[in-house]
Design a protein around this ligand. Structure first.
Ligand code: TRP
Ligand code: ZN
Length: 887
């Protein structure tokens, strides 16, 4: 907690450290409330640093026991203990520093540094948690070799782990066990990890491409031993994929993953010893949904891929976070696309980007993929750094092509292995490997905001030409009033009247030019206005633009409804078929919102219903894609498409469409549901693309039927809920019942809780479904659930399931006209800030777009933010989010 004003850290002020560390020897005497840490490190002054440069160590919340240099005690006259620093003067050019500190893991509710989760000791050091363990230069450009000794009672802590390999293990006459781990690879402090506790081991092995055998060890609480198979299978796939897709082999003899229940984020890539939120490891068909299985596969792979993109090559400073995160998310997306339906996985990527990143780019905390300032780095683990960062790598891949991209990656790995580098270094590797100038492309790292691209087309039947003119604009964002045009790759095709793509010949282009006459081309926009004239087109084609969402922009194609309907049925790019359906649905909802505002009666347009009917009745289509196409855009993205967010309008219009579809297509939806359910009957659960698609379409049918509230639909929902043998189907039923009156919903919730009360991840779902249910007493129900014995402010998953889900995904409840939703959230942020600032700061999110609501809501949201601000002691985390929101 800070009382004076937190200071802003600037990229422009980066300076390399005066001292480097080659080795660190850590000894932990584990004790819940008084763990003693002895850190012995070899320091050397860097060439270029002044001879009198002080040694600056980071440290926070530590009890300092002693300091020695080369074995001699250092008295308080030689050091200054500042708030989060220890500055030692008069140190020699090379020396061994020994620091002894004492820490309180059991009292650590921030879950950063060394803490306990259900009695298991574990660490979380990214970004700046190592300083809560010992005094050390806790910055990623200091890379050292670690040797870790763990001392503990083997009866209480039968498993004691750290990075690398065990090199000694003995139990002394005092009954205490001492185990020593050594990690041969130099690493920054944020990749350090230690775990100790009573854990069950699920073991397997993997033979690498060069024939080395790697032990794969998954550690979970003993009660979860039967939920490890899917995570282990995912890990093996990830090791194999990185070998073929990127030529990257694993480099240690052991790869360990530990699952804990209390974790601030998804997972952490510590060298050789990942620590995971149990949500991204544990799965059994009856406890985890298809979405959970997919999340596990993606996150296990993501953390594994960090071994090369993050660990072997790390970030020079935290401004470069996207160097590892954007790249690793892109690698994760490629991996998922190769293992699941590529089109569906791309649709999911784009949904996440639009629901989370676009609002961020348009709001008060907009920042570039590489930020240039921060108050608290934990606040910059954002959708911009992760998801837009991944889009930047994807655009690079699209612009230069797969072969050039692979050459660039090879050079990056070869040139920078073992180093802490910058985003410029990454782009330079690609430029050098392919003899390209990527200077303008780098603007994607530096300029915040989502470019808006509009399209004008003109067909000249006599000349047989088709002009496509793109105009891009990029609105100002905080601190960036004026912008340069971006380099935007637009994958494009021109679809002929029969649905087949036409050859794309540009005017003034030699017939043997690289893409001349291709059926799909990458059009590169690099100016504010870019025009392309295509030849030999006597009939007007329908343009299919930004295929596969080839750039993170808002594209306004100005297409007619008829063109959208044509693309929905004919575009050979499955992503763009989906996109046409989304655009069409958004238009319909916007028109309905206008009708509501004007007091006109609501009617679902006939053409929309017909397009919908054609899609559900076409047996040739992939069920997964049908489900995606027929899922209406979410409330968050709809809000993003309106300059002034109309809370009631969005909910009413969207509900109206859902109800009308459910009502008018009841027979078709029932027939389809029954057919899909019959196809599944008697089959054991498998997380396999076709089955996932069938379950998702069946649940979508049920959701529409539920929205209409007819007896046939509700009966099916009740039956599915009661008889399901997997969690995907059970939840599909429960979600429908949740929106029904208490006589129907409450018995289902009670039965669900009763069955699953001992499975924390399922109890999270129980909280979440209730928190997001649409009911008039939504907030009161959440307040009741806050008193439930299973609720705890200490567990981030629980907080996200109840408070986070309500604020982010229950617009009717959170934005209720009386403003109580806002007061509730402000109260919870204040209460949590005293325990876990990272989680408290995340909860500020729903307040960030307060300026986009009506005057009354604006006033109430601002008052809630100001009330948080008026608190005497706020964490840096919450302070930064609230001040920026109010600015
Ligand atoms: N590097 C982690 C990842 O894979 C992110 C992460 C895990 C993290 N735990 C954290 C970031 C705690 C900040 C704080 O993406
Ligand atoms: Zn990551």
């Amino acid at each position: 907690m800070k009382t004076d004003l937190p200071k802003t850290i600037l990229l422009a002020e980066y300076a390399p450290p005066a001292y480097q560390v080659s080795t660190i020897d850590l000894e932990f005497r584990l004790d819940p409330h008084a763990t003693r840490v002895t850190a012995t490190s070899r320091f050397d002054r860097m060439a270029g640093a002044a001879a009198d440069a002080p040694l600056v160590l980071d440290g926070a919340g530590l009890r300092l026991v002693s300091i020695m240099i080369d074995g001699a005690p250092v008295g308080p006259d030689r050091y200054d203990q500042q708030e989060e620093r220890l500055v030692i003067r008069g140190v020699p050019a090379g020396f061994v520093l020994t620091v002894i500190t004492e820490i309180d893991p059991a009292g650590n509710t921030a879950l950063e540094g060394l803490y306990q989760s259900n009695g298991i000791f574990c660490t979380q050091c990214e970004a700046e948690g190592f300083r809560k363990i010992t005094y050390f230069p806790d910055r990623p450009d200091v890379m050292a070799r670690y040797r870790t000794t763990i001392i503990g009672d083997p009866v209480v802590l039968p498993v004691m782990l750290s990075n690398g390999n065990p090199v000694a293990d003995e139990t002394g006459p005092d009954g205490l066990r001492r185990i020593v781990w050594e990690d041969p690879f130099p690493k920054p402090s944020y990749l350090f990890a230690l775990v100790a506790g009573d854990l069950a081991l699920h073991e397997d092995s993997f033979t690498t491409i060069s024939g080395r055998s790697v032990a794969l060890r998954l550690y979970v609480e003993p009660r979860n031993a039967d939920k490890c198979a899917h995570a282990m299978a995912s890990l093996k796939k990830a090791l194999a994929w990185d070998e073929t897709a990127y030529g990257r082999e694993y480099d240690l003899d052991i790869y360990m993953i530990v699952a804990v229940d209390d974790f601030n984020m998804g997972a952490m890539e510590n060298k050789g010893l990942n620590v995971f939120n149990s949500k991204y490891i544990l799965a059994r068909p009856d406890t985890a949904t298809d979405a959970d299985y997919a999340g596990i596969e993606a996150v296990v792979a993501h953390e594994y891929f960090h071994n090369w993109t993050g660990n072997r090559i790390t970030c020079r400073d935290w401004f470069q976070l996207s160097l590892k995160e954007g790249l690793t998310v892109f690698r994760e997306q490629q991996f998922v696309a190769d293992h699941q339906s590529a089109a569906v996985s791309r649709i999911h990527d784009v949904r996440v980007l639009r629901a989370a990143q676009f609002p961020e780019d348009a709001g008060p905390t907009a920042h570039p993929v590489r930020p240039d300032s921060y108050i608290e780095i934990s606040n910059f683990y954002t959708s911009t750094v992760y998801n837009k960062g991944a889009e930047v790598i994807r655009m690079l891949h699209t612009l230069i092509g797969e072969d050039a991209y692979r050459r660039g990656m090879d050079l990056y790995f070869q040139r920078h292995d073992g180093q802490a580098v910058t985003c410029e270094d990454f782009i330079r590797a690609h430029a050098d490997a392919n003899d390209l100038d990527l200077g303008d492309f780098f603007r994607w790292y530096v300029q915040a905001g989502t470019p808006e691209v509009s399209v004008d087309t003109r067909h000249d039947p006599d000349a047989g030409t088709f002009d496509v003119t793109f105009t891009q604009t990029l609105a100002p964002t905080p601190g960036q009033p004026v912008k340069q045009p971006m380099v935007v790759p637009v994958r494009a095709a021109l679809i002929g009247p029969d649905g087949a793509p036409l050859p794309m010949m540009l005017a003034n282009e030699p017939a043997d030019a690289p893409q001349a006459g291709a059926l799909e081309r990458v059009l590169v926009l690099s100016d504010r206005v870019t025009r392309f004239t295509f030849m030999q087109l006597p009939e007007r084609p329908v343009p299919s633009l930004l295929r596969g969402f080839s750039a993170p922009v808002k594209l306004d194609t100005r297409a007619e409804d008829a063109d959208l309907a044509f693309l929905m049925g004919h575009d050979d790019d499955p992503f763009n078929r989906w996109e046409a359906a989304q655009t069409y649905a958004i238009r319909v909802i916007h028109r309905l919102i206008a009708d509501i505002g004007a007091g006109r009666p609501l009617v679902l347009p006939l053409e929309f219903r017909e397009a919908f009917t054609r899609t559900i009745t076409d047996d040739a289509l992939d069920p997964a894609l049908v489900a995606e196409a027929l899922t209406l855009p979410g409330e968050s993205y709809l809000a993003e498409t309106m300059s002034r967010i109309d809370v009631e309008g969005i909910t009413t219009a969207r509900q109206f469409v859902r109800r009308e579809i459910g009502r008018s297509l009841e027979p078709q939806l029932i027939a389809l549901f029954d057919r899909l359910e019959a196809a599944e009957a008697g089959q054991p659960y498998a997380f396999e693309t076709a089955a996932v698609g069938r379950r998702s379409l069946a649940n979508l049918c049920l959701a529409y039927l539920g929205a209409a509230g007819g007896a046939a639909g509700l009966e099916r929902a009740e039956r599915r809920f009661a008889t399901a043998t997997n969690m995907t189907d059970a939840l599909g039923g429960l979600l429908v019942l949740a929106d029904q009156p208490g006589e129907l919903s409450q018995p289902a919730f009670d039965a669900f809780y009763d069955r699953w009360k001992d499975e924390p991840l399922v109890v999270d779902k129980w909280f979440m479904v209730q928190a997001t249910a649409s009911r008039p007493d939504a907030l009161d129900h959440v307040l009741t659930l806050m008193e439930h014995p299973a609720f705890s402010m200490r567990n981030p998953n629980r907080v996200r399931s109840l408070i986070g889900a309500f604020a982010a995904s229950n617009p009717q409840g959170f934005h209720a006209a009386d403003g109580r939703g806002y007061e509730f959230l402000a109260d919870q942020i204040v209460a949590l800030d005293a325990m876990n600032p990272q989680i408290a700061a995340r909860l500020v999110g729903p307040f960030k777009r307060w300026r986009r609501y009506d005057d009354r809501r604006q006033g109430m949201m601002r008052a809630a933010l100001e009330r948080i601000m008026s608190r005497k002691s706020l964490s840096r985390d919450v302070y930064e989010m609230v001040t920026k929101s109010l600015a």
